[in-house]
Design a protein around this ligand. Structure first.
Ligand code: ADP
Length: 220
């Protein structure tokens, strides 16, 4: 059961299947109640009920206490949606980063941006650590000058450390979304921090966030 499909069940509470609705009703009226007793009331085996109980619990409609049983949490759909949003992490949606080296030319960076079909490039130093960021407009701006683009290294025009907004794989996706909006940028690198510097291990863009959003509402 994927996280997204559980979330869909939360968002569309209406679409809980018949059996799940019955379980909710039984627990509402009789909780706390063991899985065994719910199964008895429905004339089903405990094993048959297990997936439905898992969905209802993971989605937050029910809570389970060892040796006590299931009880109804009474949380609203909105409450559950917020709680579940707080479980979507960068690592669930991060994409592969596209990096160039800081002495690569602006010309090569433009070619890379087209070939890799991304809107943001991350720049690394000769040790492979994050040194800067190049956006589409950074490259367009550089192209307006009279310089020979193959002779200009990207580190002349990039936005550089320490002014780069980054995230880590265990950060909440919603916090990254807030940061993108606040800083008016399209992407942040996912980094692994060490004393030597930041290793670039992924990227989160507005597209990844849109995908997470759509996954909550999509049927497939
Ligand atoms: P564009 O410039 O194509 O509209 P952005 O909005 O992402 O794309 O970039 C705006 C500016 O912010 C650019 O100068 C870019 O170098 C810089 N920038 C982009 N991403 C970051 C980031 N993660 N941290 C800091 N600055 C960034």
């Amino acid at each position: 059961m994927s996280f997204a499909s559980i979330m869909r069940q939360v968002v569309r509470k209406i679409e809980l299947n018949n059996r799940q609705e019955k379980i909710l009703q039984i627990v509402k009226e009789n909780g706390p109640i063991t899985g065994e007793h719910i199964a008895e009331q429905l004339n089903l085996t405990r094993a048959t009920l297990r997936p439905d109980l898992a969905i209802l619990t993971m989605a937050g409609f029910l809570d389970a206490r060892p040796r006590v049983g299931y009880f109804y949490t009474g949380k609203s759909g909105t409450q559950l949606l917020t709680e579940n949003l707080m479980k979507i992490y960068v690592k669930d949606y991060q994409a592969v980063p596209v990096v160039v080296k800081e002495d690569d030319s602006v010309y090569d960076a433009i070619v890379t941006m087209f070939l890799e079909d991304v809107g943001t490039l991350f720049v690394v130093d000769n040790k492979g650590h994050l040194a800067g960021v190049l956006s589409r407009k950074d490259l367009l701006r550089a192209s307006l000058g009279k310089q020979e683009l193959s002779a200009v290294p990207v580190n002349i025009i990039m936005t550089r450390m320490p002014n780069i907004a980054v995230c880590e794989k265990d950060d909440l996706l919603v916090d990254v979304a807030k940061n993108l909006i606040e800083k008016q940028i399209d992407a942040v690198p996912v980094v692994k921090k060490s004393a030597a510097g930041y290793e670039v291990i992924g990227r989160i863009t507005k597209t990844n966030i849109a995908k997470a959003f759509v996954a909550l509402a999509d049927d497939d």
